[in-house]
Design a binder for this molecule. Structure first.
Ligand code: ACO
Length: 416
């Protein structure tokens, strides 16, 4: 089999899109207009394909992204997406080949991490990725929640207000609000203009069906837009006259916990809504505790979500903040060589330094474990108990465990 791996050209692009649809098991429906539109915002230099007798059989794309790390700073990330290999060509190393090309380019460019949402858990660990942010979805049994249906939301004491708005308003208000979320929540990834156009129904691929959602913004007492929720409702009735509607939230972002509280209570207060599906939230989301009976929020999904791969150890570890003080020498094993080495991390609440060292190592770990730890969402002690972090100096696990932890869980609200 003579295969041609290459960077995709404009003339390759329609067949490349066809191959993506094949890999993701969906009917190929892209129109000429859609293909032309996608080309306007696709950096072809970062689109790879493998061709067999002129036909695309493998796809891979990356794009520039900013990732918020612990403490609110952002680092440049190499966001990987649309990874597919045709079922006729799987398990011949095509993904491995495309991944190596992309990660080498990302490292060369100066990206600090690579990021992706893994379709299946077993795929990406071998490339040095690890799950760095998990996600939880709840279903709220509204009648059980104990909220008072006679009260307006927000109540008068709040002083703020909620307005139903349209997609134009969301595109106007959303980016600034999202910037404020990103500044306070590690794990958040940047949303470019395309994200807003797609999520408000302006640019929807032909393979997807668009249903116009409801959008509501929360303005605090001083008029600042502090929150935005997007939800859709079904039309289920029991006995023909008993409303049993479910509201499914596709996005709820807020700049303050007070705004989160008002918006969740608002969705639960909509007449006819008896069930609320929350969409992807952080595992430690405040949501259940906004309800008088937190047990009314039942976990329906809990899973790994954002996977990271560290490309630059010193920059990944110095960009974040640290709540305690410790110096630890990490021996990083990385079969690809991208980050292998021994690094002295000297961290304190005042800042951190991290650089290659010849000192003896305190802890040994793989690149995937480092990725899993870097947003503070996993415990060093747990990884040590699993045999995935080796303690080389007594006490190092305890010290590193306290050091790496973040006050709140990481949260990546987006699929990309
Ligand atoms: C970020 C994203 O886009 S996530 C979406 C990923 N894509 C999909 O899930 C679509 C359906 N699946 C596919 O298209 C393909 O099976 C892919 C892309 C996942 C893998 O492509 P392949 O070319 O078969 O992978 P490749 O041959 O390079 O395999 C590399 C290794 O990963 C392993 N591997 C690949 N996919 C899987 C999987 N789904 N489960 C377990 N192991 C896997 C292979 O066995 C191989 O292992 P080895 O190195 O020990 O021999």
């Amino acid at each position: 089999m003579s295969l041609d791996p290459r960077t995709v050209t404009v003339s390759d692009f329609p067949d490349w899109l066809r191959a993506v649809d094949t890999g993701f098991l969906r009917p190929h429906a892209a129109t000429q207009e859609e293909i032309a539109l996608r080309l306007t915002h696709t950096d072809l230099a970062r689109v790879q394909g493998v061709f067999d007798a002129g036909r695309c059989v493998a796809t891979f794309r990356s794009f520039a992204q900013e990732l918020t790390v612990v403490g609110g700073a952002t680092v440049p990330a190499d966001a990987i997406t649309t990874v597919t290999v045709s079922p006729t060509h799987r398990r011949r190393g095509l993904l491995g080949r495309m991944m190596a090309v992309d990660l080498a380019a990302a490292k060369e460019r100066g990206d600090v991490v690579a990021s992706l949402i893994a379709a299946e858990y077993p795929i990406y660990g071998r490339y040095g990725f690890g799950p760095a942010a998990w996600t939880t979805e709840w279903e709220i049994d509204v009648p059980r929640a104990g909220l008072d249906p006679r009260r307006p939301v927000p109540d008068e004491a709040d002083g703020g207000r909620i307005d139903l708005v349209d997609g134009d308003a969301v595109r106007a208000l959303g980016p600034e609000l999202h910037d404020r979320l990103a500044a306070r929540q590690h794990g958040v990834v940047s949303r470019g203009e395309q994200w807003w156009l797609r999520s408000t129904g302006v640019h929807v691929p032909a393979s997807e069906t668009w249903t116009e959602p409801f959008y509501a913004v929360y303005r605090a007492a001083d008029g600042t837009v502090d929150g935005l929720v997007t939800y859709r409702a079904d039309a289920r009735w029991g006995d023909g006259k008993q409303p049993l509607n479910t509201a499914t939230v596709s996005d709820l972002i807020a700049a303050t916990p007070a705004a989160e509280r008002v918006l969740w209570r608002f969705v639960c207060s909509v007449d006819w809504i008896t069930t609320v599906r929350t969409g992807r939230r952080a595992p430690d989301d405040l949501l259940p505790f906004f309800l008088p009976d937190p047990r009314a929020a039942r976990v329906v999904t809990q899973a790994d979500w954002l996977w990271l791969r560290v490309l630059d150890v010193p920059r990944a570890l110095t960009a974040r903040t640290w709540d305690t003080e410790a110096a630890v020498v990490l021996e990083v094993h990385d079969a690809t060589g991208l980050t292998a080495g021994r690094f002295l991390l000297d961290a304190s609440p005042a800042g951190a330094s991290c650089a290659p060292t010849t000192r003896s190592a305190d802890l040994a770990l793989g690149a995937g474990e480092l990725a899993t730890l870097c947003l503070g969402d996993e415990s060093v002690a747990r990884l040590a108990a699993l045999g995935r972090v080796d303690e080389l100096r007594p006490g190092a696990v305890t010290a590193a465990d306290a050091l790496f932890r973040a006050p709140r869980r990481a949260w990546c609200p987006d699929m990309f």
